[in-house]
Write a protein that binds this ligand. Sequence first.
Ligand SMILES: [Zn+2]
Length: 195
Amino acid sequence: MIRNSFSDDTEALCYLVEGRDYALLIDSILGMGNLKAFCETQTDKPVILANTHAHSDHFGGNFFFDSCYMPHRNIGFFQNSINGVKKQQLIEMAKERARDEYRDLIQPDENFTDWFPMKVYPLYDGDVFDLGERKIEVIEVGGHTAGSVVLIDPLTRIAYSGDSCNGNTLLEFPNSLPIISSMRALLHLKENQNN
Ligand SMILES: [Zn+2]
């Protein structure tokens, strides 16, 4: 589990799951800190990046990577969200959020990058990431956003749920689905868990 520690003002989390051949980074938090460089301190495997959905506290660190996997229904929203966000804005946001002792350490360095169009591969319900002796399954659980996914590791029985089902599942965004659709999607997740 990876989170920013320079601030108390964020609950954004992401996860690095390692297999024999590849590591999978699930979400990329805020884009404050060079996440690719950090992952390389944790694994020597090639890192594949997958986003559970296209909200900026889940994809902000994407732009340190060459490509990402994104739920196919979120790709348009992702491309619209990244337009024009500049490194300097992110630095200012980080300084605002930072604890006092970290504020002066935040500089316009390689820990920040402009957001720019990147290579995006679509994720579909039923897809599987084969990391080598570890397979991560993709389940579409739309609701929080249309097309949000949950990633399942059957080996450890951990569900990386993004914002699809947590203690505060928000359904009021422009790209959220109605409650009934979210409930049907959660039943779809439950069916998969029963297999
Ligand atoms: Zn979200």
